[in-house]
Design a protein around this ligand. Structure first.
Ligand code: 13P
Length: 255
C-alpha cells in the first residue's frame, strides 16, 4: 500500500511573512486528515521560515530545485547538504518549467536526483509531455525517455525513496486537467517502466499527478489505481483549497 503524498509547489510566490501566514492557516485545517504525507515547497528564500512554522507538525519541507554539486564556483546555486541543513526532506527536480525555461536536460536532472539521495533527500522527479507531443501521439515515448534519462542515477535498492510526478505540460496552470482516465493511462505506463527498471521497488514508488489539480477534481484523480498523490501549483497557494486537496475523498474508495 502506497501512502498518498500531496505536495504544494508555490513556484516563485510568497514572501516569508506570507509563507508563515499560510502555514498558520493550513495546520488546523489538516489536523484530522488521514494518513497522508503533506509536503510544502516554498521558494528558497522562505524555506527557513516555513521550516520553523512547520516544526512538530509532521508536514515535510521541500525545495523546488537543487544543484548536484557539493560546493564551489556555481553562482546562484544551492547544494543538497544546504537543503538538508534547512530541514528539507524532499526536493523537486526536472519540473517542466525548468526544462523549458532553463534548458535542463534529463542527464542534469538525473545528477540532481542522485545527489539528493546521497544526502537522504527524496527527489520528486517530474516528467510530462507538451501539447504538441501529445497531439503527435508521442506521449508515452516522451515520458519513457524522460524517465529512463532522469532516473539514471537512482540506485535500484533506493527506488522506494523517490517520487515521480507526471505533469502534462498542457495541463499546468491552464485549468485543463487531464481526465482521471487520461492520467491513469500514463500513470499505469509509468508504473510499468518503473517496475521494468527497478523490479519490485518500482511498485513502491509513489506517482503524483500534477496539472490544474483543484478541490473539485482531486477526488476522482486519487481514485485511480496508479495515482498516489498530487503536485499542486495554483490551488496550493491558499490554505482553504490546499487543505481540501490534502483531505481528498477517493470516490468509491476507502478513507
Ligand atoms: P498548477 O496546479 O498551477 O497547474 O501547477 C502544476 C505544477 O506545475 C505543479 O508543479
Amino acid at each position: 500500500m502506497r501512502r498518498p503524498i500531496l505536495a504544494a509547489n508555490w513556484k516563485m510566490q510568497k514572501t516569508r511573512a506570507e509563507a508563515a501566514e499560510f502555514v498558520e492557516g493550513l495546520l488546523p485545517l489538516i489536523a484530522g486528515s488521514r494518513a497522508v504525507d503533506v509536503v510544502i515547497a516554498p521558494p528558497f528564500t522562505a524555506l527557513d521560515r516555513v521550516a520553523e512554522a512547520l516544526r512538530g507538525s509532521g508536514v515535510a519541507l521541500a525545495a523546488q530545485n537543487v544543484n548536484p554539486e557539493e560546493k564551489g564556483a556555481f553562482t546562484g546555486e544551492v547544494a543538497p547538504h544546504m537543503l538538508a541543513d534547512l530541514g528539507c526532506t524532499y526536493a523537486i527536480v526536472g519540473h517542466s518549467e525548468r526544462r523549458a525555461l532553463y534548458g535542463e536536460s534529463d542527464a542534469f536532472v538525473a545528477s540532481k536526483a542522485g545527489a539528493l539521495l546521497a544526502r537522504d533527500i527524496h527527489p520528486i522527479v517530474c516528467v510530462g509531455e507538451s501539447l504538441e507531443e501529445r497531439e503527435a501521439g508521442n506521449t508515452l515515448d516522451v515520458v519513457a525517455r524522460q524517465l529512463s534519462g532522469s532516473l539514471a542515477e537512482v540506485p535500484t535498492d533506493r527506488a522506494a525513496e523517490i517520487v515521480v510526478a507526471y505533469e502534462p505540460v498542457w495541463a499546468i496552470g491552464t485549468g485543463a486537467t487531464a481526465t482521471p482516465e487520461i492520467a491513469q493511462e500514463v500513470h499505469g505506463f509509468v508504473r510499468g517502466q518503473l517496475v521494468e527498471r527497478f523490479g519490485t521497488g518500482g511498485e513502491q514508488v509513489r506517482i503524483q499527478y500534477g496539472g490544474s489539480v483543484k478541490p473539485d477534481n482531486v477526488d476522482s484523480l486519487m481514485a485511480q489505481p496508479d495515482i498516489d498523490g498530487a503536485l499542486v501549483g495554483g490551488a496550493s497557494l491558499q490554505p482553504a483549497t490546499f487543505s481540501r486537496i490534502v483531505c481528498f475523498q477517493p470516490l468509491g474508495g476507502a478513507s
